[in-house]
Design a protein around this ligand. Structure first.
Ligand SMILES: [Zn+2]
Length: 548
């Protein structure tokens, strides 16, 4: 006979019931995004498809039951179920609202996101989803009493339910195996949709990382880096790291709307066939500043310094100005500053500033660099807020709300696609203004420096095509709009002379495919920093260098 907790009143339930009820709840309700996706797959539009779906639901429920059976102890069952409910509910909300999937990079991005960005993601739909899928079921769960049993009985009971669950899992999987395996081969992204196992898997992957790679040590690179002064004034290179720039929305790249009127008046080259390293900031930014390139970066077994370390080591002055959630480690060893503490009443609202705030900081930050470095040359980095969603409307001052009406909800599905595109296009119009202003500022430095600017975004964006929003899908399954980025170069006449690169030549090569792999080597080439790391084949400007 089980020993009942006599001090408390209320319904006492055998824990096996709780395991069963919550496994079914998670497999069905909490996996709505998975079932929505399955209901849309053409190969499942028949009775057999329905049977496979049912079989898979049973498999997921059995998997959860197996997990919960192993965790079925007095102090662990309820926390384990609660955690699963919340992980599944948040996962379901993001998948339903934005068409994203939950994988390792998505979770890394979520964990590294700052409060400002998190605030943008909270909306009524999220609260309702989490309330229904996790909060109410958790309240009910914690009101249930479970009998106290001897350790031996508990082990026996757990083993029995675990074996049963395993049996059901294997049995149901065998029944649907043929259809299921071909389905998974053709739609590999399905595995990222299974709640909450996707989040658990991603968490495990993150936790395992320190074992795969020593995360504490950062190996130095470019120890031989040398900046050799050329005749003329010291270079002043402005590198703008764009945020969520969708190449196709730039009029410069052929978009029919006039989203880049100010840049159109400048003598620039815009590469239209440029590709990002990742589909989110945490993946792309460190990758583009790495000397390794996408493939080697992703499979690296050690961490290395990046482009900014090499530039600084060569003798140049380097400073990073951030109007975003941080530089993801790439500016850790160079002077860097964030705009979050600034209280400019024209440019900052609610602890967030418009990108122009960075322009107002440049002179002061450069002045703080050591004089001997400034005499050689300066590289300034601006990390934009750009077109970061979902609250696109928050990224543009009133004067740049030209495409109206715009979506003013952070629940993107509340807005028609036209309103969403309007809000996003306004961010591009504003970025156009920021970049053109930056160029004007650079021109004002021509008396003392040799200025140039390179702007490239970290990744693109989905604006509701096929119900996909935002960015961050695994690279292989992400649509091109998340991977194609704007890449704009402006060289002053003196810089053209110094680097022997002519803008006209770059313009002729605008349709040649380039990627973030080119960034590291192109910046070194442009500044003529000598190091054995430099690979001329990856320098996108090298084919335009005229000897002499
Ligand atoms: Zn980003």
């Amino acid at each position: 006979m089980p020993l009942y907790d006599s001090a408390r009143t209320g319904r006492t339930r055998h824990p096996a019931w709780l395991v069963l009820i919550y496994s079914l709840w998670i497999a069905t309700v909490c996996n709505l995004p998975l079932w929505r996706e399955w209901s849309r797959m053409p190969e499942l539009q028949n009775l057999r498809g329905l049977a496979v779906g049912l079989g898979f639901a049973v498999t997921i429920a059995a998997g959860m039951a197996l997990l919960f059976s192993l965790l079925n102890w007095r102090w662990t069952l309820k926390p384990a179920i609660t955690l699963s409910l919340f992980a599944a509910a948040f996962g379901a909300h993001f998948m339903l609202s934005y068409g994203v999937v939950i994988d390792t990079t998505m979770l890394v991005n979520a964990l590294e996101t700052d409060m400002r960005e998190t605030r943008d993601l909270v909306n009524t739909q999220m609260l309702v989803t989490v309330l229904i899928m996790a909060v109410l079921p958790s309240i009910w769960l914690w009101r249930q009493r479970t009998p106290r049993r001897t350790a031996l009985r508990q082990i026996g009971g757990n083993l029995l339910t675990a074996v049963l669950a395993l049996g059901v899992l294997v049995g149901s999987l065998l029944l649907i195996y043929q259809d299921f395996s071909s389905l998974m081969r053709n739609h590999t992204e399905q595995r990222y949709l299974i709640n909450p196992l996707n989040s658990f898997y991603a968490l495990g992957d993150i936790a395992a990382k320190p074992f795969k790679r020593d995360e504490r040590t950062i190996l130095p690179i470019g120890l031989d880096a040398q900046f050799t002064a050329a005749p003329g004034k010291p270079p002043l290179l402005l590198l703008v790291v764009g945020e969520t720039g969708r190449a196709g929305q730039f009029a410069l790249n052929g978009y029919p709307r006039p989203t880049t009127p100010e840049l159109a008046k400048e003598h620039i080259a815009s590469y239209r066939n440029a590709w990002s390293c990742g589909t989110n900031t945490a993946a792309s930014v460190p990758c583009m500043f790495s000397h390794l390139g996408k493939q080697a970066y992703e499979s690296r077994t050690a961490n290395y310094e990046g482009l900014l370390d090499v530039l600084q080591r060569s003798g140049l002055g380097v400073v990073w100005i951030d109007n975003q959630a941080g530089c993801k480690g790439v500016c850790d060893r160079v002077p860097n500053t964030s705009t979050t503490q600034l209280k400019n009443k024209d440019l900052c609202v609610d602890g967030e500033c418009f990108d122009e705030i960075m322009l107002s900081q440049m002179d002061a930050r450069i002045a703080e660099l050591p004089a001997e470095r400034r005499a050689k040359g300066v590289v300034v980095l601006l990390h934009q807020m750009g077109g970061h969603g979902p609250a696109y409307y928050k990224r543009t001052p009133a004067a740049f709300k030209k495409f109206m009406p715009e979506c003013t909800s952070n629940n993107l599905q509340d807005c028609s696609q036209a309103l969403l595109v309007n809000a996003y296009d306004n961010t591009i119009l504003y970025t156009d203004h920021v970049l053109a202003n930056a160029i004007e500022w650079l021109k004002s430095k021509e008396t003392t420096n040799t200025p140039a600017m390179v702007y490239v975004a970290d990744h693109g964006e989905s604006l509701g095509e096929n119900n996909i929003y935002l960015h961050g899908l695994p690279y292989d399954i992400a649509p091109d709009v998340q991977k194609r980025v704007p890449w704009i170069t402006w060289l002053s006449p003196a810089f053209e002379q110094r680097s022997h690169v002519a803008t006209e030549c770059l313009q002729k090569r605008q349709d040649i495919k380039v990627s973030h792999d080119n960034y590291f080597h192109s910046v070194l080439g442009l500044l003529n920093v000598k190091t054995s790391l430099y690979q001329p084949a990856l320098d996108m400007f090298a084919p335009c260098v005229k000897p002499g």
